[in-house]
Design a protein around this ligand. Structure first.
Ligand code: HEM
Length: 512
């Protein structure tokens, strides 16, 4: 018994010494990184580094980066610690251009979780590194051209008609509706159709499987998200998949069935799914203007597998539905608070629709005020509040005297820039005129980054803007939105890396 007691005592001493040693190492060695390079940084705390407010659920990751930016923005770069790893916030638009565009070759990856073996759906465009990303990005570029947008426009328009119809009863009775969930159903139906060829109809059936999966994927999973985004090596080491097995199985099955159905019935619809199938079958996506055929032999090794195809359909789905539905939600919220802007926008919409005899692809392009309103919405509420890259090779950052080391995480504080009063006076004010030609010309182009910038910017920008605008047009052409009596300022979900409202957004809807 006494021997056992001695062992226990020795064991406890060893554990305490290791923990204490680790504590000292993190505090005085790991957290000395930025001081040793003379880079200003907020004081880190063991064990979360700079992530304290995020892990305590006080701020979202995007808000925390924005807070640090606004406190230290006089400096061109700011250091932080994501847990114990150093990461660099780039504060000056010229330096942001340097990272995202000029020296893209040094910063082409995001360094987020990607493991095709453990988690096949993680092998998508957003997460893939290096040559694999480059190959797929080049292949998918023809999928997002203006001519492809026109071909997919019909699906967006058709779904927006159902969206408008689903609100009509409430509008006639001047009822209060919850717009966040409604918009998520609208964009889910659009993307399920163009990326999976499925008519999921969640607008009429809120429990449709695609919508249920959509809710599931954005359920709070803060620890996994922090690790997947900022410390993927931990998940990789323990072979932990980032996507839940039920979600993964559902999407792989849905994709497989969609491909089999289109192949068996010889269906060709010019949408995202069609591009993915072309890459699986031919190894390239036919450009609409290019009628030449490429010899199949040369492309055999460039074909993608079914799982690689499923991963791309999956990222078009996650990238496509929540970003646009949150943008429409934020826009309607601001329209309800700024009725003069809403009425001016509705006037433009109805004039143009009369001129074009209904909603057409061209009519959406002919609405300059709508473009300003959506741009201002994305300024005030950038759905992706920060961009991230990883340094691939040591490089000197101009005007800082800093040599950024290979492997350093880079963060671009999009929310911080968009709410900086020096760049956008009275940032809380919703003012579409910030986006008239004169004001745009006065600003640095890298001070506005809702879709990122450079070769790795958002590939779906055109489509995202299209479905956002068509959704808004279908509603504001018929209905007027005003605040519900209990409407509160929007609070963001701190457990989400995207800027999404934590609670629903309830607005009163009336016939126009
Ligand atoms: C309002 C709607 C949208 C917003 C605000 C948005 C925003 C963004 C942002 C900020 C990025 C990161 C860019 C960077 O790091 O420089 C991104 C990447 C991406 N987005 Fe979007 N997005 C939207 C809609 C869409 C849609 C509709 C799709 C697909 C159909 C899509 C697919 C992607 C993909 C695949 C990437 C990764 C691109 C790459 O790494 O090559 N997004 N998006």
């Amino acid at each position: 018994m006494a021997i056992f007691g001695n062992y226990l005592f020795e064991f406890s001493c060893i554990v305490v010494s290791i923990v204490f040693g680790l504590y000292l190492y993190v505090k005085y060695v790991a957290f000395n990184y930025w001081s040793s390079k003379n880079i200003p940084h907020p004081k880190p705390a063991v064990p979360f580094g700079s992530l304290g407010p995020v892990t305590r659920g006080k701020r979202s990751m995007g808000e925390m980066i924005a807070d640090v930016y606004s406190e230290y923005k006089k400096n061109p770069v700011i250091g932080i610690y994501t847990l114990t790893s150093p990461a660099l916030i780039i504060a000056k638009p010229d330096l942001i251009r340097f990272v995202l565009t000029k020296e893209f070759a040094h910063f082409h990856d995001r360094g987020v979780y990607c493991n095709e073996k453990i988690d096949p759906l993680s092998g998508h465009l957003f997460a893939l590194p290096g040559a694999k990303w480059k190959y797929l990005r080049t292949k998918f570029t023809p999928t997002f051209t203006a001519s492809k947008m026109k071909q997919m426009f019909f699906t967006v328009k058709e779904t927006s008609v159902i969206l408008a119809a689903s609100v009509e009863q409430s509008a006639r009775k001047s009822e209060i509706i919850e717009v966040k969930e409604l918009m998520a159903r609208f964009t889910t139906d659009v993307i399920a159709s163009v990326a999976f060829g499925i008519n999921c109809n969640s607008l009429e059936n809120p429990d449709a499987e695609f919508r249920t999966m959509g809710r599931k994927i954005f359920e709070p999973r803060l620890v996994k998200r922090i690790l997947g985004f900022l410390l993927p090596s931990v998940l990789q080491f323990f072979k932990i998949p980032i996507i839940d097995e039920t979600i993964s199985k559902f999407f792989i099955r849905a994709f497989r069935e969609a491909v089999e159905y289109r192949t068996a019935n010889n269906i060709v619809r010019k949408d995202f799914l069609d591009s993915v199938i072309q890459l699986m079958n031919k190894g390239y996506v036919q450009n609409d203007d290019d009628k030449s055929s490429v010899p199949a032999k040369e492309l055999d090794d460039q074909k993608i597998t079914l799982l690689q195809g499923a991963a791309q359909a999956f990222v078009f789905w996650i990238g496509g539905f929540d970003t646009s539905s949150s943008t429409i939600t934020f826009c309607l919220y601001e329209m309800a608070l700024n009725l003069d802007i809403q009425d001016r926008l509705a006037e433009e919409i109805n004039q143009v629709l009369e001129e074009y005899r209904g909603v057409t692809y061209e009519s959406i392009k002919a609405m300059p005020y709508l473009h300003k309103v959506v741009s201002e919405t994305l300024r005030k509420y950038p759905v992706i509040p920060m961009l991230n890259r990883e340094c691939e090779e040591d490089i000197e950052l101009p005007e800082t005297g800093l040599r950024v080391e290979k492997g350093t995480g880079i963060l671009i504080p999009v929310l911080g820039l968009h709410s900086d009063p020096d760049l956008y006076p009275e940032p809380e004010k919703f003012d579409p005129e910030r986006f008239n030609e004169e004001n745009i010309a006065k600003r640095h182009p890298y001070a506005y980054l809702p879709f990122g910038e450079g070769p790795r910017n958002c590939i779906g920008m055109r489509f995202g803007l299209l479905q956002t605008k068509v959704g808004i047009v279908s509603l504001l052409s018929k209905y007027r939105f005003t605040p519900s009596p209990d409407l509160k300022p929007i609070v963001m979900d701190t457990a989400n890396f995207l800027q999404v409202p934590l609670h629903g957004v309830s607005l009163r809807v009336q016939m126009r």
